[in-house]
Design a protein around this ligand. Sequence first.
Ligand code: LLP
Length: 423
Amino acid sequence: PDNMVVSERGRINLSGFDILELAEKYSTPLYIYDAHTIFHNIDTLKDTLKKYYPGESIITYAAKAYFSLRFAQFIAKTEVGIDAVSENELIFALRAGIKPERIHLHGNNKTYAELDHAVQANIHAIVIDNFEDIEILERLSHKKSPISVWIRVNPEIDEIATHPYRNTGHSVSKFGLTIRDGQAETAIRMLMANPNFRLIGIHTHIGSQIFDTAPYKQAIGEMLKLARRCNWIPAEVCPGGGWGVPYRHDEMINNNIENWIREISIVIQEEYRGSNFLPRLILEPGRWIVARAGIAIYTVGRVKQFSNGEKLLAVDGGMGDNIRPPLYQAEYEAIVAENPLGSPTTCYRIVGRFCESGDELIHEIDLPEVQTGNHLIFPVSGAYHLSMASNYNLFARPAVLWVENGSVNVLQERENLFTGWWV
Ligand code: LLP
C-alpha cells in the first residue's frame, strides 16, 4: 500500500497504525485495506482516462476481486460503478447505495431470478453472454421494455501471456459470443431488430493479470469491426479489466497503467476518426484497484528444519484465505514484521495450516531469521484472496479492517462458523 512505512523504531506502520498492534488487537490471520491506496488508484485511473480519452469514460469496479457490504459502502462514496457477476453482488452493491445506473451484470449462466432482479432494479446494462440470455430477457420484457443490454463478444485470442485459467478470450472460452463463426453478429442483429431491447454497448474481457497491450488492441479492433459490419454504432465500448499488478518487487514488468489506457484510447479513436462521435469508454478493473491496497498478516506457529537443511515456516492462514499460489502458482513476497529491515540470511518455505500438501504460500524466500510467534506481512493481498476464500478444515475466514485517516473500521468480523451454513 502507498501508506505502508517502517518507523524509526523499526515498526511497520500502515496509514499511521502500527500493524503489530492491530494484529494483537484483532488477532491473525488478519487482512487490512488501506483506503488511501484504493482512492488513489481510482483517481489515477480517472486522471489517465481524462488525459488520453477525449470522449466520456466510466470506471466500474469488478466486485469479484473483493467485495463486502461495508467495503461497497466506501466505494459508493466515489463515482465508481460496479461490475457484478451474481445476484448477491448486485444486491450488496444496491444495498450499499451504489446507483443502479452505475451497475452492470455479467454471467455466463445467469438464472431467471437473477435476470428478473436485474431488470426490476433498472440497472445500467445486463450483459448478454449467450442466446439463452436473450430468450429469458425477452420473456421478462413485459416487466420493463426496452431492457438495456451490452453484448459480450469473444475475439478468440489464444496467445495471451497469462495463466491459462485466467484467459477468458480464447476460442473455446465459456464467456461471450464468438465473432469468427458469426454468432456475435447474429445476436447483435437480433437485439437491434427487437424493440424490447436497447443494445447500448459492446464488451469483451480477454483475461486477467495481463501486461501486454497488444491483445487488447487486437480485441478492441475485432469488436469495433464487428459492430461496423452490423451497421451498429455502439454508444458504449468496454474492453473489460485485466491489467496486471506486480506481486514481487523484482518483477521487472511494465506496470504502467498509462500504456493500457493510452493504447485502448488510440484504437477507439482511430475507428471513429473523422466523425465527431466517440463512444463512452467503460473499464472494469478489479485487481488494479484493490490488489496493492490489501495486506495479509499471519503469525508463524511452527518452524521446522529438515535434515537436508530446508527450513519451513507454518503460518496460521494459507490456502483458505489465499488460494492463488496453489491454483495459479502465483508468487508472493513476505516481510518479517518484527524485523522489516533485517538482511535476509535464511531461505524458507512458507506453508499454511490447511490439511493439503499444496497449501504453500511461498516456495522459497530469503528472510532474516524467523522465530515462532513472529508475524509475516504479505503485501499485494487485496485481490482474489478473500473473495475466493474457503472454510476448508472448518477454519474461519479472517477479520478484515479498513484504515483511513487515523481511523480503523472493521469491514468483516472474523467469521463465526457456529452460526449459519455449517450448523
Ligand atoms: N471483467 C470481467 C468480465 C472479468 O471476468 C474480470 C475478472 C474482470 C473484469 C476483472 O479483472 P481484473 O481487472 O481483476 O484482472 N482469480 C484470478 C483472476 C480471475 C479474474 C476473473 N475475471 C486471480 O486471482 O488471478
